[in-house]
Design a protein around this ligand. Structure first.
Ligand SMILES: [Zn+2]
Length: 227
């Protein structure tokens, strides 16, 4: 019995060491049979779009996750407070929109940690655990350094390409076609005119409801993985 316990303990330690060396895997979808999906919004906050999106989500009793930029928050801290007040999850996208291949993993992670500290000056109670690297660029070194900083590397499996402004119906049909249980859906509330994103969301929220999807935060989705 004691030997079995010791073996389990040693195996756990070994797995932990391997994970520390490799970093945790990036998360682009959470395998689940439950009809859950996570709406995520990058590059904001940027009004009027952020507040329009918040109003739609609140009205639909839906939650979303906002991967905000520190320099955008500096221009409009009230929008960050509104996200937190409305029960949304706040997540990291960096102080500025850095490119991993230019700055490297260490600079990228320290920028994320700097943003985390900065955001906590406005929303000290927010549990901020997820980082999405700009452009979705990643590397083994980034996974290792984020793991060491206790941050989850979160990507997406449904790319609406809303930032290219492909038309409201294109954004809507992409989401309807590609969403599966556990999907992480990428939108943008900042970085340009996002009126198409807002209009698409207005059409999509009833679709999710009709298809029995519960729209949850990234943290809620990660709990399905036991994290
Ligand atoms: Zn971005």
């Amino acid at each position: 019995m004691r030997r079995a316990l010791l073996a389990i303990l040693l195996l756990g330690l070994l797995l932990l060491t391997v994970q520390r060396a490799r970093g945790a895997p990036a998360i682009s979808r959470v395998p689940t049979y439950e009809r859950l999906a996570a709406l995520t919004f990058d590059d904001g906050p940027q009004n009027p779009y952020t507040s329009q999106i918040l109003a739609l989500l609140v009205h639909a009793h839906a939650q979303g996750t906002f991967f905000v930029l520190g320099d955008k928050v500096a221009k409009d801290p009230g929008a960050l407070l509104a996200e937190a007040r409305d029960g949304m999850e706040i997540a990291l996208h960096g102080m500025t929109h850095l490119n991993l291949y230019r700055v490297g993993a260490a600079a990228m992670t320290s920028d994320a940690v700097r943003e985390l500290v900065y955001l906590h000056t406005f929303v000290p109670k927010a549990r901020i655990i997820a980082f999405r690297p700009p452009y979705g660029y990643q590397s083994p070194a980034l996974k290792r350094s984020l793991f060491a900083a206790h941050l989850e590397l979160v990507l997406w499996d449904v790319d609406t390409r809303d930032w290219t402004r492909p038309g409201v119906s294109s954004i809507v049909s992409t989401v309807e076609r590609l969403t599966r249980p556990g999907s992480i859906i990428l939108f943008h509330d900042g970085g340009g005119n996002r009126s198409q994103t807002v209009l698409a969301l207005r059409d999509l929220l009833p679709w999710f409801h009709a298809h029995h999807y519960r729209l949850v935060t990234i943290s809620a989705l990660l709990r399905q993985l036991g994290r």
